[in-house]
Every structure is written in structure tokens, then in C-alpha cells.
Ligand binder design. Structure first.
Ligand code: CP
Ligand code: NVA
Length: 309
């Protein structure tokens, strides 16, 4: 049965139930089909979305803006120099003002608490479009992509290798909600924070999901999907050279892919740093589904906005 998600925010993927996640994916599949067939789907006619960006973006901004216009609404880009979030005026005041003028807000921020505060004070739905801690829109698009490719999510073995960052956290929390087994492999000192592991364990106990954590790249063995992301996220540029040395054994290359299994699919949220976390040949090879994954950001983003706003 459909549950109304109108007016809800998405700050963390942990905010959604398993059923709500499936509702997003069901609508995403329908909207994808409609868009491919040229069938109009102007569900958000006349609605306004404010998009706060403290960091750069390609996929997220374009999927939100294009998505909003395909849904019949309008999106307004508010870049780092526009509202100077938290400096020119407080985050709650920005939320209160935007909430009086627009129907939904998306926020790409540094501090996760900024997106929490926006959601608390806006009075309209707020969608986390990446914080230092989580990237829930990404994980929704990614697991939807795996569902499309594999025909199921339950029992699939997803391995994330690299930094225990915002993308890793969202994948872990999302996988635990829907029964996708996940192994997270990080260099020592770069693991996912224990509070997220704990949260995922609670859902995994309910859904029967296997969660594994390792510091050994050899543990990619038996994966259906290998996933990686940048070694230095936005805001960590000063650490990039040091991280490149630490993370080198965790590169997704031909050897690692062979160890994982010949048919393992390869994913990356992008932007990729070819020659660092992933090699050119693997990124462009037959196992790579990174551009299908990128496209699905659009369809899933649209479903999410159509359900929440
Ligand atoms: N994957 C992703 O969020 O890409 P952008 O940073 O380009 O939006
Ligand atoms: N972990 C990366 C994801 C980019 C989409 C970052 O935060 O920069």
C-alpha cells in the first residue's frame, strides 16, 4: 500500500523505511519509462525548488534542475556566493525565509548539521544532496541501478572499497534497509564512523542483511558489485597527496576485478579520478556501469521530489 511521503524531508537515508525506499524506486522506474517514451509527467506543475550548493556539482545539480523542469516545476540555483549559508545569516533564518517562498529545498553542504537545521526550520521538505556525512540521493540511485541490472537487491553482494566517506555511509545504511549484503573495505583509520555501523546493524538484524568490514583489499572476492569513490572528498583537497599513498593498494584495477569475480559490475558515484581510485581500463571496460548509474540519478531524483514535495 502506498504511504504518503508528502512534506517529509530526506536528511539521512535512515529516515526512510524499507517500504518508502521501494516507493521511490517504483516511481523512478515509472518516470524513467515515461521520459523515454516521451510521455508527459508534470507532477510538480508550478512548484519551486531552491537548491543550495556550498560545493561543486555536475550530476546532482543537473538531475535536480532538469528533473524539476521535466516535472513541470522550476529550480533555483543558490551557489556558494549567493546566500553564504550560516555567515551572512543563520541557517535557521535562511530556512525560514526559503520556506515562505519555495515548495522544497535541496542542500549540498559541508556540515551535516546545516542540513538538519534547514529541515528543522524550513517548514517545507529538505533533501540532503550531499553533506560531509551522507549522500542519500546517491545511494538511492545506486541501489536502484543494481536492482535494474541484477533484477533484485536482496542477497546481492555489494563491496565498497576506499574511503569510509559520505557515499560509503549512505550505501551502508541503504543496503541494510533493503537486504543487500555489503562489505566495506577501507585502509586502517579511514573506516565508516561507528555510529553509522551501529545504525546499519540495527536495520540489518531486522532485514537479514550481512554486513562485513575489512582492511584487506583481498576481501573483494565473491562480490557481485564493486564500488569505489574518490580518496579525497570535497573539502579534503589538502590531504589528497597523503591519501593517494595510503589508498594505493585499494585501487579498483584489473587485478582487483579478477579477484572479485569476472562478472562483477563496477560502480563509481563520479566524479572519478582515473589512475587513482579506478584505472582507465576498468572504468571504460565491459563491467563498468558508471554512466547508467549517473543517468539514474535523474530518474530517482525526480521520483524523490515528486513524492516529497
Ligand atoms: N555523484 C555526484 O553527486 O556527483 P556531483 O558531485 O557531480 O553532483
Ligand atoms: N565523496 C565525494 C562524493 C562526490 C559526489 C565527495 O564528497 O566529494
Amino acid at each position: 500500500m502506498e504511504v504518503s511521503m508528502k512534506g517529509r524531508s530526506l536528511v539521512s537515508i535512515a529516515d526512510f523505511t524499507t517500504e518508502e525506499i521501494w516507493q521511490v524506486w517504483t516511481l523512478a522506474a515509472e518516470l524513467k519509462r515515461k521520459q523515454k517514451m516521451g510521455e508527459p509527467h508534470r507532477i510538480l506543475e508550478g512548484k519551486q525548488l531552491a537548491m543550495i550548493f556550498q560545493k561543486p556539482s555536475l550530476r546532482t545539480q543537473v538531475s535536480l534542475e532538469t528533473g524539476m523542469s521535466q516535472l513541470g516545476g522550476h529550480a533555483l540555483y543558490l551557489g556558494p556566493d549567493h546566500i553564504v549559508l550560516g555567515e551572512r545569516e543563520s541557517v535557521p533564518d535562511v530556512a525560514r525565509v526559503l520556506g515562505r517562498m519555495v515548495d522544497g529545498i535541496t542542500a549540498r553542504v559541508f556540515a551535516h548539521k546545516d542540513v538538519e537545521e534547514l529541515a528543522e526550520h524550513a517548514g517545507v521538505p529538505v533533501i540532503n544532496s550531499l553533506s560531509d556525512e551522507e549522500h542519500p540521493c546517491q545511494s538511492l540511485g545506486d541501489l536502484f541501478t543494481i536492482y535494474e541490472k541484477c533484477g533484485r537487491v536482496e542477497g546481492i553482494n555489494l563491496t565498497y572499497i576506499g574511503d569510509g566517506n559520505n557515499v560509503a555511509v549512505a550505501l551502508l545504511l541503504n543496503a541494510a534497509k533493503v537486504g543487500m549484503n555489503i562489505t566495506i573495505i577501507n585502509p586502517q583509520g579511514h573506516e565508516v564512523k561507528p555510529k553509522y555501523v551501529q545504525k546499519a546493524r540495527e536495520d540489518a538484524a531486522r532485514t537479514g542483511t550481512k554486513l562485513s568490514f575489512s582492511n584487506d583489499p583481498a576481501d573483494v572476492k565473491g562480490s557481485d558489485v564493486i564500488y569505489t569513490d574518490t580518496w579525497a572528498s570535497m573539502g579534503q583537497e589538502a590531504e589528497a597527496a597523503h591519501r593517494a599513498r595510503t589508498f594505493a593498494p585499494f585501487q579498483v584495477n584489473r587485478e582487483l576485478l579478477q579477484r572479485a569475480g569476472e562478472n562483477a559490475l563496477v560502480m563509481h558515484c563520479l566524479p572519478a579520478h582515473r589512475g587513482q581510485e579506478i584505472t582507465y581500463d576498468v572504468m571504460d571496460g565491459p563491467n563498468s556501469i558508471v554512466f547508467d548509474e549517473a543517468e539514474n540519478r535523474l530518474h530517482v531524483q525526480k521520483a524523490l521530489m515528486a513524492l516529497l514535495i
